[in-house]
Design a protein around this ligand. Structure first.
Ligand SMILES: Cc1cc2nc3c(=O)[nH]c(=O)nc-3n(C[C@H](O)[C@H](O)[C@H](O)COP(=O)(O)OP(=O)(O)OC[C@H]3O[C@@H](n4cnc5c(N)ncnc54)[C@H](O)[C@@H]3O)c2cc1C
Ligand code: FES
Length: 366
């Protein structure tokens, strides 16, 4: 027994010393100096080496999408590193197919800038900007979901497609020593160029939602960047199926504003899942859209509404609504937003209704 304890202590001591040596080497020896980053054979940046490519680009006001704040878990911060990226790390491989890896796709938050690099980044991502804004209002939609409106104060106009998202910055606050970004879908009309609205749910111990729900007040200054994402209404004649739960209503609300603004005639149904009537975020607005969008129907579905509440609408989950109301053999497209679990089961139901996978679009939150 004593021998085992001694061996464990020796191994722990050796690994601890190695980690210390590596940290010190990183701090004092591995000075990568100035590095040149060339983007799309055009834009040239001279940066200090040593940080992740994602944060290095951020410092240069070039914003790649990121929903996990650089933790290597969301897989959104991809770009092609044509030269200077070093070997692919085990933290990156789960996010790419063999072909993508062969095509030099990398996770920019996992790659450290250590030498000159050549990158390929889609032009529309290079158009993402940083915006300064002030909180115009904060409205409690439910106990745990807030609707916020940010008025842009730096003179810029924001140009986004309904359905896209921005990254909101939470500055350091008591209990969170570092600035962090998280993704939030724009919930307002893309016609508005000087303000955006977001719908943000509280996540226990979540860094950015704690900032929004417990530290942010009307009149405060905020900063966000974007827009990002390829979740937006495709131009076609197909019937539109919209599906969301909870805060997943955010990009759908923006798409509904687009349908209202453009008076889109396509038949559309929005299946919105909530627990009880009290959890139906923006319900009044959704019913009002039935009057202002030509062929739109709002179908809320409640999973935990008390039997004796007088609720005469649908009960169950959004997947039950898909089973009940979606007809087979019709030209249809689906747009969905919510938790990965909901999306996974809704995709299964939509495929049962013979809607091809390439006509099912979604953003997963979480
Ligand atoms: C494209 C995109 C758009 C998004 N749009 C919205 C939006 O419009 N409104 C919105 O409220 N959120 C949205 N999200 C989710 C958002 O980006 C954050 O993940 C979420 O707000 C939690 O951030 P946090 O910093 O508070 O929590 P973190 O500090 O990141 O997480 C704390 C802990 O909570 C867990 N966790 C994270 N998210 C959830 C969750 N949703 N439910 C339960 N546990 C969770 C984490 O795994 C972690 O353990 C979107 C995400 C993506 C990828
Ligand atoms: S920022 Fe999320 S994986 Fe890189």
């Amino acid at each position: 027994m004593a021998e085992i304890v001694q061996t464990v202590l020796i191994i722990t001591g050796i690994s601890g010393s190695l980690a210390l040596v590596l940290t010190l080497a990183n701090l004092y020896i591995a000075n990568y100096g100035e590095c040149k980053i060339v983007i799309n054979n055009d834009k040239e940046l001279v940066v200090d080496g040593g940080s992740s490519l994602l944060s290095t680009l951020n410092e240069q006001e070039l914003f790649l999408p990121s929903a996990c704040g650089g933790k290597g878990t969301c897989g959104l911060c991809t770009c092609k590193i044509l030269e200077g990226g070093g070997p692919v790390l085990p933290t990156e491989t789960p996010f790419f197919t063999k072909d993508e890896l062969a095509d030099n796709m990398r996770l920019s938050c996992q790659v450290k800038v250590k030498q000159d690099m050549k990158l390929s980044i889609p032009e529309d991502l290079l158009n993402a900007r940083k915006y300064e804004a002030v909180v115009e209002f904060i409205k409690d939609e439910t106990k745990t979901i807030k609707l916020l409106r940010f008025k842009i104060t730096d003179g810029q106009e924001v140009d986004f497609k309904a359905g896209q998202y921005v990254q909101l910055l939470a500055p350091p606050y008591p209990g969170n020593p570092e600035s962090v970004y998280r993704a939030y879908s724009v919930a307002s009309s893309a016609k508005e160029k000087n303000a955006i609205e977001l719908i943000i749910g509280y996540v226990e111990e979540g860094l950015v939602t704690t900032y929004v729900h417990q530290h942010l007040s009307e009149g405060d200054e905020v900063s966000f960047n974007g827009p990002f994402g390829d979740f937006y209404l495709r131009d076609s004649d197909a019937e539109i199926i919209l599906v969301a739960i909870g805060t997943g209503i955010a990009p759908i609300r923006s798409i509904l504003y687009q349908m209202k603004d453009e008076q889109i005639q396509r038949k559309a149904t929005f299946f919105f899942g909530a627990r009880t009537q009290k959890d139906l975020v923006c319900a009044e607005e959704m019913y009002a859209f039935e009057k202002s969008i030509p062929n739109f129907h709002f179908r809320p579905v409640l999973s935990r509404e008390p039997d004796d509440s007088g609720w005469e609408g649908d009960r169950g989950r959004v997947t039950d609504s898909i089973q009940t109301y979606i007809e087979e053999g019709i030209d249809q497209e689906a747009y969905m937003c919510g938790s990965p679990v909901m999306i996974e089961s809704a995709v299964i139901e939509l495929k049962k209704k013979k809607i091809p996978e390439e006509r099912i679009f979604y953003d997963e939150f979480g």
